[in-house]
Structure formats: C-alpha cells, structure tokens
Design a protein around this ligand. Structure first.
Ligand SMILES: NC(=O)c1ccc[n+]([C@@H]2O[C@H](COP(=O)([O-])OP(=O)(O)OC[C@H]3O[C@@H](n4cnc5c(N)ncnc54)[C@H](OP(=O)(O)O)[C@@H]3O)[C@@H](O)[C@H]2O)c1
Length: 438
C-alpha cells in the first residue's frame, strides 16, 4: 500500500447486519486490509435510521440523512446497505449523478431497476459493485463477469436462498413441520419477521434475474421469473421423495431453451447422487454449465454479516485499486445478448405426484389412465401402505406416490386437474418437479 496516498473515504448507508460486518472487516484488521489496497481505506460517514454508537468506528461521523451522506465531500464511495427499493434506488442514482462509485448488496433494487442504474453508471463511467447481491459470501458475480466472461453459458441452477434451504433441511433431516422450521429460521435471524420474500420465492427470483442478466446480457426481468415458493411442501412429500432417491430443494434456474432464456424458481426433487442435493442449511450453491469449462459449482455461506461484508469489501478494494470492472464486462460479449426471457417456456420435466385416495381397487388404474390420456408415463411407483409406511409418512389412508417420465408441464397439469376432480381423491394432489440436472 502507498501510505502517502490519500485514503479512499467510504460512506455507508445503513447500519444493520452487513454494515456491522463491513465495519468489523475494515477496522479490526487494518494492516491485512491495507496489504490488499493501493491506498488506505477510511469509513468517514455512516447514515442510518437508528444510531448504534457501540459499533461506530472512530473515523466515522453518524448522520441521519443518507442523501446528505451522498453529497458530503468526505465521501468518495457510497456503500448502500439499506436494502429494498426506496430510498436505495434514489440513493444509488444520486451517488452516480454526483460522480461517486457505488457498492451495494441489494438484489431487489438491481433486479427491479438495474437497467436504468447501470445505464447511468455507464454514461458516467462509474462502477457499481454488487458481488454481495447474490450468494452472500460466494464470489459468483466475479466468476460470471470475469472468470467465465468469455465462455458460453447454457445454464445456471442453484440454491440461492438460505432460509428456504434451512427450512427444507430441518424438515427433511429432523422431521420438523414447515411452521416449526420457519419459526426456528426466524429465531436464528435467517428469516425476516415477514418471511414472504423467502418462502414465496421472491428473494430467489431477484437473484436469478441478476444472474440471467449477467450470463446472457439480457435486461433485468424479475417479472419474467416464474416463481413458486415452498409453502405447501409437506413432510410426507419429503419422506417419500427420499425413499425414491431424492431430496427436495428450492432451486433457482436460468437456462437457454432454444432462442429464449427461461428463468424459474421452484421446489424440486433433486437426485441424492448430485452435489446440489446435499447442500444443507443456510448454505448456498450455484452450478454453472458453460461450453468450455463444463460444469462448475460455487458453494458457501449465502448470508451472514462477515461473509456478505467480505463480498462488499472486495468491491471496495477493486475501486481502491482501480480495477473495478465495468458492468458490461463479460456481459456485452455474450452472444445471447438479444435473447428474450420466456416466462411460459415449456421445457419438459419429470414430476413427483402424490395423491391421498380411497383404499379401493381401480383407483390406481384410473389415475394411470388419466395420466396416459395426456401422454404421461410412469417411471417409478410407491404404494407405501402396501410396502410398509415410511416413518415420516402419515399412517391413515392410502397414498399413490409416483415419478413420471419427462413430459410437458401443460400435459402434467391437465392430467393432475382431472385426477384432482376424482371423487376418490382426498385433499390436494402434490405435484413437484424432478430436476435431474440434464
Ligand atoms: N444479511 C445478510 O446476510 C445479507 C446477505 C446478502 C445480501 N444482503 C443485502 O444487504 C442489504 C443489507 O442487509 P442487512 O441484512 O444488513 O439489513 P438490515 O440488518 O435490516 O440493515 C438495514 C439498515 O438500513 C437502515 N435503514 C432502513 N431503512 C432506512 C432508511 N429509509 N433510511 C436510513 N436507514 C435505513 C436500518 O435501520 P434500522 O436499524 O432503523 O432498521 C438498518 O440499519 C440488503 O439489501 C440485503 O438484501 C444481506
């Protein structure tokens, strides 16, 4: 480091989990951080709603108004760690208008307003660092922009929301109910008090929209991500899936299907023989398939103060070292830049189906007949009450549990609608996609 160089003055908006981690990384091990930077780093201003004097660094002044921080001459780089759309979007816009580089961990503001914000940044010749916006501590953004920047990506699939993976893991491994696992996730600080963003899949959709935009140079299109959460996944589905050789995971998927980029978030049966199936708890994992490299898997902590702050710090160091990569790096070279997203793409898939039925002859035959009517074949069949019920399955009633052959989703849904209408069916028929990695 050049000690005589003027420090790079950081202004942090927000003083929550990630900001506290960043303060710790920048101030606790100053000499190690200094070795990575060509000039000293100094946190000079912090703006937030609520002061937290106990974690304020000596170098920083607290101000309430984040817009005042942005205009402050003692701030060279704006680090946005408030989250949500507003005031984050306006703050980033204002910082760029004033000629200040921005670092953010905010996936929602990028997924919804990334095109306008990056366009402004490009016009001003400024970087926006956003490594922390997907995968927390996993360096997936840099991997896509830089390491895989010249490769042709065909698919990105992964577990990009730690809360839903934690809930599914607790249900699968410990037999916890969905409600108990969610309550535990809240008590451990993994899930928000209002956890809809996680369990309804919106948080994962934001991340998939960012990854798809990076990988194929397409506009950010969070509305185009077909999004299904994990509400409605039952304990007995997890138990039956395991008996059939699968774990249930909540996946984010972006893939090229002919001329379109298909983006989805959905619960899926993942074969136990795959690495993704064994990603447990709050861990995140992103698997990228590309022409030259083949398959690469990025795995690690998807959240948490220090892992996420490390991603923020790496963006700050890039700015300090004048090596921040412009938004279009990697992205602009992608040949698929003009591909559109297709929310209704009909790529085929196998399905897990479970129905609670009257225990009488002819019901299974009728179910298979309705499936066959839509051209859906059966790959595996479980009749748990005959084979001895799995420990986590309900004891009462007869279940039909099956895995179908690959089929178009519209055919499968048509068949399930007919099955659901049968008088011998009790409750909701469970339908979960099987993701076999092909
Ligand atoms: N936490 C993680 O592990 C993680 C991982 C990856 C990415 N991220 C992203 O990082 C960002 C920050 O997350 P976080 O977990 O650190 O959030 P957080 O703990 O909720 O902190 C947000 C901070 O912003 C402040 N704030 C909220 N609205 C404000 C406003 N209108 N004006 C001024 N300050 C305001 C809050 O003040 P109060 O204290 O008064 O509420 C709080 O200090 C988000 O975009 C999040 O998605 C977080």
């Amino acid at each position: 480091m050049n000690n005589s160089a003027p420090p790079l003055k950081l202004g942090i908006c927000g003083l929550g989990t990630v900001a506290s981690g960043l303060i710790e990384l920048v101030t606790r091990d100053v000499s190690r951080v200094a070795e990575c930077a060509s000039r000293p780093l100094a946190i000079t201003r912090i703006a937030s709603r609520t002061p937290r004097p106990s974690i304020m660094p000596d170098s920083a002044e607290f101000i309430e108004d984040p817009f005042a921080l942005i205009g402050d001459t003692e701030v060279d780089v704006v680090v946005e760690l408030i989250g949500g759309v507003e005031p984050a979007r306006s703050l980033i816009e204002r910082a760029l208008e004033l000629g200040k580089p921005v670092v953010t961990a905010n996936k929602e503001v990028l997924a919804r307003h990334g095109d306008a914000l990056f366009s402004l940044a490009r016009a001003r010749g400024l970087p926006i660092g956003f490594e922390a916006s997907v995968g927390g501590g996993i360096p997936i953004i840099k991997a896509l922009r830089e390491s895989l920047g010249g490769d042709a990506i065909s698919r990105i699939v992964g577990i990009v929301n730690g809360t839903t993976n934690f809930i599914l893991s607790r249900m699968n491994e410990d037999g916890a109910s969905f409600e108990d696992a969610l309550a535990e996730a809240k008590s451990l600080g993994y899930a928000e008090a209002v956890p809809d963003y996680d369990i309804e899949g919106l948080d994962a959709a934001h991340k998939i929209a960012i990854l798809a935009s990076l990988a194929w140079g397409i506009p950010f299109d969070v509305e185009g991500v077909r999004t299904q959460g994990i509400v409605g996944i039952r304990l007995d589905d997890l138990a039956f899936a395991e008996r059939l050789g699968y774990f249930v995971r909540h996946l984010g998927l972006a893939q090229r299907v002919e001329a379109c980029i298909e983006t989805q978030v959905f619960p899926a049966l993942v074969p136990r023989s795959t690495l993704l199936a064994h990603v447990r708890g709050v861990t995140n994992a992103v698997q990228v398939t590309s022409h030259a490299v083949g398959s690469s898997l990025f795995i690690g902590p998807g959240a948490g103060a220090l892992p996420t702050a490390n991603s923020v710090l790496s963006d700050v160091l890039d700015i300090a070292n004048n090596r921040a990569v412009p938004w279009d790096a990697g992205r602009a070279q992608r040949q698929d830049r003009n591909a559109g997203t297709d929310a209704d793409s009909q790529s085929s898939s196998a399905y897990y189906l479970r129905a609670q039925v009257d225990d009488k002859t002819g019901v299974l035959a009728r179910v298979t007949e309705l499936l066959a009517g839509q051209g859906v074949g059966i790959d595996a069949l479980l009749q748990p009450e005959i084979e001895a019920a799995p420990s986590k399955a309900p004891a009462a009633g007869a279940s039909i549990v099956m895995i179908t052959h690959k089929t178009a989703e519209s055919n499968m849904r048509e068949a399930v609608a007919c099955i659901q209408a049968m008088p011998e069916i009790h409750g909701q028929v469970s339908l979960i996609r099987v993701f076999d990695g092909d």
